[in-house]
Design a protein around this ligand. Structure first.
Ligand SMILES: O=C(O)CCC(=O)C(=O)O
Length: 272
């Protein structure tokens, strides 16, 4: 668990540098169980390499992890990471996407990008996306530890196509079980895998409660599965309302589609 002073320190690093690394915060047994689930899914789903440099021609991705296996439900809620994400966004942030990435030997560096790059707001802007990449293997200089450009979230643009300011790039080298948390405006991308083993990660992408999610979580996760999730995860999928208003259905919290007794402080109750 993060103490208040840890939270302050990491939140300050994200505000200044755009990212921070939480070292060895995920339980080793959980990392192993997640890796086994990913390995099984890679086979069961017959996942292929990506079709371009961005997705990675030596990289396999599994999208929509929540719908694939109940083990992944504990990832977006992890108490060592979520409080920091909620500090950057707020307590009503949503899960935008949940993706496993297996980057294999021979993978070339991914183009630098910002996760909020498709949002046409003037930059810099308040954080609207905050992502966490979990290291399920060590992330090393050789196997493709993520490239990041410190402070780039404060610039007035996102990276141009193929732009790579090499002298400004640093690497998120971190041991297995660590997590890099970053502002979605930060310029970043996977590195080159020049090693002879794979680099595995899970990207937990969150967005502000008033944003559209990358993956349409309400359709992506079967409703009967969502009904088994803890309430906070249901809210993160979109079965909740932002500030008692956004996302309502007939003035009701959409959580009622999972549990008719859900109670929310809807904005109308507060109006005079
Ligand atoms: O794998 C990484 O290190 C970064 C992945 C990433 O940024 C992405 O796929 O959008």
């Amino acid at each position: 668990m993060l103490t208040t002073s840890d939270l302050d320190r990491h939140a300050a690093a994200i505000a200044t540098d755009g990212f921070t690394v939480l070292e060895r915060v995920i339980e080793p047994g959980f990392i192993d169980a997640l890796t086994s689930a990913i390995d099984r899914l890679l086979v069961d789903l017959g996942v292929s390499y990506g079709e371009n440099a961005f997705l990675g021609e030596h990289t396999r991705r599994i999208f929509n992890l929540l719908a694939r296996d109940p083990i992944f439900a504990a990832v977006p809620l992890h108490p060592a990471v979520l409080p920091l994400v909620e500090r950057v966004l707020d307590h009503q942030c949503l899960l935008s996407s949940l993706t496993a990435i297996e980057m294999n030997p021979g993978q070339r560096a991914q183009p630098l990008h910002a996760d909020d790059g498709s949002i046409a707001l003037p930059r810099p802007h308040v954080p609207i996306v905050c992502a966490a990449i979990w290291a399920l293997t060590d992330f090393t200089l050789d196997n493709g530890a993520t490239h990041v450009v410190p402070g780039s979230h404060l610039t007035d643009r996102r990276p141009a196509k193929a732009e790579r300011p090499s002298s400004a790039v640093v690497r998120a080298v971190m041991p297995k079980g660590s997590v890099i948390v970053y502002n979605g405006s930060l310029w970043h991308g996977g590195g080159d895998n020049d090693s002879d083993s794979r680099r595995i990660g899970i990207v937990v992408n969150h967005c502000a409660g008033y944003m559209r999610q990358e993956e349409n979580q309400l359709l992506a996760v079967p409703r009967e599965m969502a009904a088994t999730f803890p309430r906070r995860l249901q809210e993160m999928l979109g079965y909740g309302v932002y500030r008692g208003l956004m996302g309502h259905v007939d003035k009701q919290d959409p959580g009622v589609f999972l549990d008719p007794d859900v109670e929310t402080d809807m904005v109308w109750k507060r109006m005079r």
